[in-house]
Design a protein around this ligand. Structure first.
Ligand SMILES: [Fe+2]
Ligand SMILES: [Fe+2]
Length: 303
């Protein structure tokens, strides 16, 4: 497999609207804007040439024992097939190219991880199969919304790992492109949802909205199920690194503090992109609500 993304002729034919030209949700300009934003911010790094920094034994040991690697590899593997399959059925050439790039980047994340696993001697459980989804739209939405949850917490935990020195600076630099990509993916995804629900035939809309609700229930159920399996080691792997992540990183941190870091990082990572694009709202809104219940007046202010 070549590890560069093959850009097509769609590029030159679909320039972004000029300057601050309006791009109302669901318009052609909106579609061009969210597709071009993903395509034009692509970073063509090659996983094969990443020079994995040499770690001292203590740091390597801590990284190896993080209970996330099996889950991370499987999630990226599933994301690649879920996103890729949906892209294949796209008639619109620009959407097709953008979704193909999204899938390519997911496959590349998996390649990055497998190189890292090899470099540091992390032992993985056998990988699960990644079957082609029967309902590509459902699969695309499952991956998209799941990334909206996981990236939100991932951004905050990455910041904690960086600030606490758990991840040495060289490793932070190596993973930074992956984090940036997840930010671009969720931005693309929520704009696709907004565009698609406004442009689909009216009779498809109720079914689509039911699917959105079903995906959220599924993802919440999946996380509750993982949390229940905490006592069981294999489940703990998959489990809520997002809930327990800061402990795994050796940092004692209160929920309001964690939530504030996640909110701030989420805002920071999504800030550079065009203001006409919408941002993921549901998970940040839930966190702000939770912060209010946690009695965090200060928390709300800095979020
Ligand atoms: Fe990914
Ligand atoms: Fe992603």
């Amino acid at each position: 497999m070549t590890d560069a993304f093959p850009f097509s002729a769609v590029d030159s034919a679909t320039a972004l609207p000029n300057g601050e030209a309006p791009a109302p949700l669901g318009s052609d300009a909106h579609k061009r804007l969210f597709c071009r934003t993903l395509l034009d911010t692509h970073d063509p790094y090659r996983p094969a040439v990443i020079d994995w920094p040499k770690l001292d034994e203590e740091t390597r040991g801590k990284i190896v024992s993080l209970p996330i690697w099996d889950m991370a590899v499987a999630t990226e593997g599933r994301a690649g097939i879920n996103v890729g399959t949906y892209g294949e059925e796209m008639a619109d050439p620009l959407l097709r190219e953008a979704i193909a790039l999204d899938a390519y980047e997911e496959r590349r994340h998996k390649t990055v991880l497998s190189h890292m696993v090899a470099a540091y001697g992390i032992e993985l459980a056998p990988e699960p199969p990644y079957p082609r989804p029967r309902d590509p739209e459902w699969a695309f939405m499952r991956t998209g919304y799941s990334e909206c949850i996981d990236s939100f917490f991932g951004f905050g935990l990455f910041k904690i790992a960086k600030d606490s020195g758990f991840f040495p600076p060289e490793l932070v630099d190596t993973f930074e492109p992956v984090m940036r990509e997840e930010g671009r993916h969720i931005l693309f995804f929520v704009n696709w949802v907004a565009w698609w629900r406004r442009t689909m035939p009216w009779w498809r809309r109720p079914w689509f909205e039911l699917k959105v609700i079903a995906v959220w229930f599924f993802l919440i159920w999946e996380r509750i199920d993982m949390a229940k399996g905490m006592g069981d080691n294999s489940k703990a792997q998959e489990n809520n690194f997002t809930l327990n992540g800061s402990k795994e990183l050796g940092v004692e941190i209160s929920f309001p503090e964690l939530a504030r870091i996640c909110l701030a990082e989420n805002d920071r990572r999504l800030a550079p992109y065009d203001k006409r694009l919408i941002r993921p709202r549901f998970v940040p809104a839930m966190m702000r609500l939770a912060l209010r219940f946690a009695g965090g007046k200060k928390a709300g202010a800095s979020a």
